[in-house]
Design a protein around this ligand. Structure first.
Ligand code: UT7
Length: 331
């Protein structure tokens, strides 16, 4: 059976940069609070006319150009997002249309911050079994339009940003390279600790003025609990990846964690026993872009020359659900 390799990556963020000072003019917060608690300095927000699918398209065109491929070379789209452009259909078909394609399958993965690794697991299974050869794996989010930009929403509004990152995946016959493993986890007992209640068909009507007045269409988070579980379960997922592949922390060239909070990433680094140069962090520029954060960070790391052929890459994520996941990749 072939392994799955990363053929090319790409990312795109909107031009509009929003600073912490700009947020502190909208709500009762401060640059100092945001930097100290999260490590975030800026994030990017969409402007009129931009959508999740348009960000994903721009990221995809960069990756295709790097791989010297055309949209028509793609066999399948796996689109990971928790901020779809519309309630239905899923965003994969909108991206397919933006790429000028009409005849490839498009699946949406709704696993929030863990979405990219969940999607990688799906793509990896399809590639290894030969069902699809060239899979476009997308993590793309537009959070800014959904944020409560008043003091009521400050605990989440300052954290999230918009952006898209993609990977083009395909089979390799080199047994030493490619995706070595993916580990996926979920525990729905914590579903309401980070969630958007409405619109939802559990409500009748599924959206109403009352639901909106109560702010139930906004992301609500029990930040302390999310922080606590993330700090424990992300390291556990990394350990699962290391043990399954008989590798030690010293063997890891680069850990690319989901960029939720600099302090969480520091706790993961400490728990695993990694040096600073083994962990990639770019949250200061983009904030938390949920499913897009790992592919954006991975593409930046690659552009900075942080991974060479044969290096060991580990990915880990944690988020709403709770869901968490890891992947090990021989580059
Ligand atoms: O992507 C995966 C999902 N998300 C996460 O992983 C996020 C996990 N959680 C976190 O990153 C942190 O919990 C936060 C950054 C959200 C908050 O940091 P914290 O150190 O846990 O702060 P806290 O929630 O304990 O709040 C401390 C204080 C509170 O005031 P009181 O009750 O002590 O008077 C909050 O009301 O900070 C207040 N606060 C703010 N103050 C200024 C909350 N948000 C803000 C804000 N600006 N934006």
């Amino acid at each position: 059976m072939p392994r799955t390799e990363f053929i090319a990556t790409g990312f795109h963020v909107p031009d509009r940069v929003v600073t912490n000072d700009e947020l502190s003019r909208m709500m009762d917060t401060s640059d100092e609070w945001i930097r100290q608690r999260s490590g975030i300095r800026t994030r990017h927000w969409v402007s009129d006319g931009e959508t999740g699918a348009s960000l994903a398209r721009a990221a995809t065109l960069k990756a295709l150009a790097r791989a010297s491929l055309k949209p028509s070379d793609l066999d399948c789209i796996v689109y990971c997002t928790c901020t779809p452009d519309h309630f239905e259909p899923g965003n994969g078909v909108f991206l397919e249309r933006e790429l000028g394609l009409t005849d490839i399958p498009a699946i949406d993965v709704r696993n929030q911050c863990s979405g990219f690794i969940y999607g990688l697991s799906v793509a990896d299974a399809w590639i290894r079994t030969g069902q699809y050869r060239r899979v476009l794996l997308v993590g793309a989010e537009v959070h800014s339009r959904g944020l409560d930009k008043t003091t009521r929403g400050r605990d989440t509004a300052v954290l999230f940003g918009d952006g898209a990152g993609v990977a083009i995946l395909g089979p390799t016959d080199d047994p030493r390279r490619g995706v070595l493993s993916t580990h996926l986890f979920a525990d729905g007992r914590h579903a309401e600790k980070l969630w958007v209640d409405a619109p939802g068909l559990a409500h009748d009507p599924y959206i109403s003025e009352e639901l909106i007045r109560e702010g139930r269409h906004r992301a609500v988070m029990d930040g302390r609990d999310v922080f606590k579980f993330a700090s424990i379960l992300m390291p556990q997922s990394v350990v699962a990846a290391l043990q399954a592949n008989c590798i030690t922390p010293a063997d890891v060239t680069l850990l690319v964690p989901h960029q939720a909070n600099r302090r969480i990433m520091e706790m993961v680094q400490k728990a695993i026993g990694l040096r600073d140069d083994q962990v990639y962090v770019n949250i200061e520029k983009y904030g938390n872009t949920t499913a897009a954060s790992i592919p954006i960070a991975l593409d930046e790391a690659l552009c900075e020359g942080r991974l060479e052929r044969g290096d060991l890459l580990v990915l880990t994520a944690f988020g709403s659900g709770f869901t968490w996941a890891s992947a090990a990749v021989r580059w």
